[in-house]
Design a protein around this ligand. Structure first.
Ligand code: MRU
Length: 347
């Protein structure tokens, strides 16, 4: 078995491979993928073998570096054409998480800055940049965890939707980072995890990683969040995000906006944990965020032996929804606990 070094996405520089923990197999099997072909990388991102906005971004950066190192191009022009083609194909694998295009753009900048250099120099620069992005993701998530843990000192339990934990990033996660850091500091919060239909990221992934970390986790069907809030079971909601527009409207896993509306009704703070790589200042509001539409078969038959929706009934399967900025108490970022009006002040 390949060694992920405790990470979800790893760059095996010795063998020039992108290593991924295959999340479609969790929680029952631990399967590590070792990838070097573009089509396998695209398939892994589209089919959610690697998922979660930051993890997808780092996987694409490492993938591009692996592909560049494998390149048989003879001239800088040939190398650049091949690099840009691979970047464009990877970028299309999923549309909503802006971290994917953000990380690919970082790699494009590196390639363009070295475009006249010998190919060995370009390849080394791309490898170094992918490793930097990988390391930065770990550091950023750790800092989000520290700000979040400080904010939630009086919290006994939080509710989360989808999986924005270590499986969604290289290591700590975003929405679950405060829970991990608080635990290290001696404050153990309980977590209520929405199961998150239709792909069950909460039930399969959040519950799995929290159990592994020895954190008390209770899985709720998505339609139980109101009950949990009404009963006073949680004191805050923590979610991740796939893209935050300039005005603070936030795209995250389908169902998040409903949870935010409930939290507002019950007077429970609703925090979005957001690395700056997920804040898209080029998108003015949530209305401009592209929402991924997935195959309705995921609703009809994915987890069942026989389909549970009549064949003649239509399905609709948006993967994300947009939470209005007015429902968000604050953004927990690596630069502090911020409001959208603060975003402009940071690079
Ligand atoms: O479709 P997924 O599983 O990639 O959706 C993931 C989410 O919605 C996460 O909350 C988001 O990407 C943030 S991960 C730190």
């Amino acid at each position: 078995m390949y060694d992920l070094h405790g990470e979800t996405v790893h760059f095996d520089t010795e063998h020039n491979r992108l290593l991924l923990l295959d999340q479609t197999e969790l929680p029952n099997k631990t399967v590590v993928l070792s990838l070097s072909r573009l089509e396998d990388m695209v398939e892994a991102i589209y089919n959610l073998r690697v998922r979660g906005a930051p993890a997808i971004g780092v996987a694409a950066a490492v993938g591009l570096s692996v592909l560049s190192n494998e390149s048989a191009a003879k001239t800088p022009a040939e190398f650049q054409a091949e690099f840009l083609k691979n970047a464009a194909i990877l970028e299309k694998a999923r549309p909503t998480a802006v971290n994917l295009s953000w990380a690919i753009n970082e790699m494009r900048k590196t390639q363009s800055a070295h475009a006249q250099a010998p190919l060995a120099v370009q390849k080394a620069a791309l490898t170094a940049r992918a490793l930097e992005l990988h390391a930065a993701d770990i550091a950023v998530c750790r800092t989000i965890g520290e700000y979040g843990a400080a904010l939630l000192q009086n919290c006994d339990a939080v509710l989360t939707h989808c999986n924005a934990g270590r499986l969604a990033t290289v290591k700590y996660g975003t929405a679950l980072a405060p829970v991990y850091v608080a635990k290290e500091q001696g404050h153990t919060m309980k977590v209520y995890a929405d199961e998150t239909r239709p792909l069950l990221q909460g039930a399969r992934l959040t519950a799995y990683e929290l159990c592994e970390a020895g954190i008390d986790v209770t899985v709720l069907c998505d339609n139980m969040a109101s009950y949990a809030m009404q009963q006073g079971l949680v004191q805050a909601v923590l979610v991740g995000c796939d893209r935050v527009a300039k005005n603070g409207d936030t795209a995250n896993k389908i169902g998040t906006s409903g949870v935010a509306i409930l939290a507002k009704y019950y007077g429970i703070p609703f925090y979005v944990c957001a690395p700056f790589s997920t804040i898209d200042k080029n998108t003015p509001t949530g209305a401009e965020i592209p929402i991924e539409q997935r195959d309705g078969e995921e609703l009809r038959s994915l987890w069942y032996e026989t389909p549970k929706i009549p064949q003649n009934a239509k399905t609709r399967n948006p993967a994300f929804d947009v939470t209005d900025h007015s429902l968000i108490t604050a953004f927990i970022t690596e630069k502090g606990v911020l409001q959208p009006s603060d975003f402009e002040g940071y690079a």
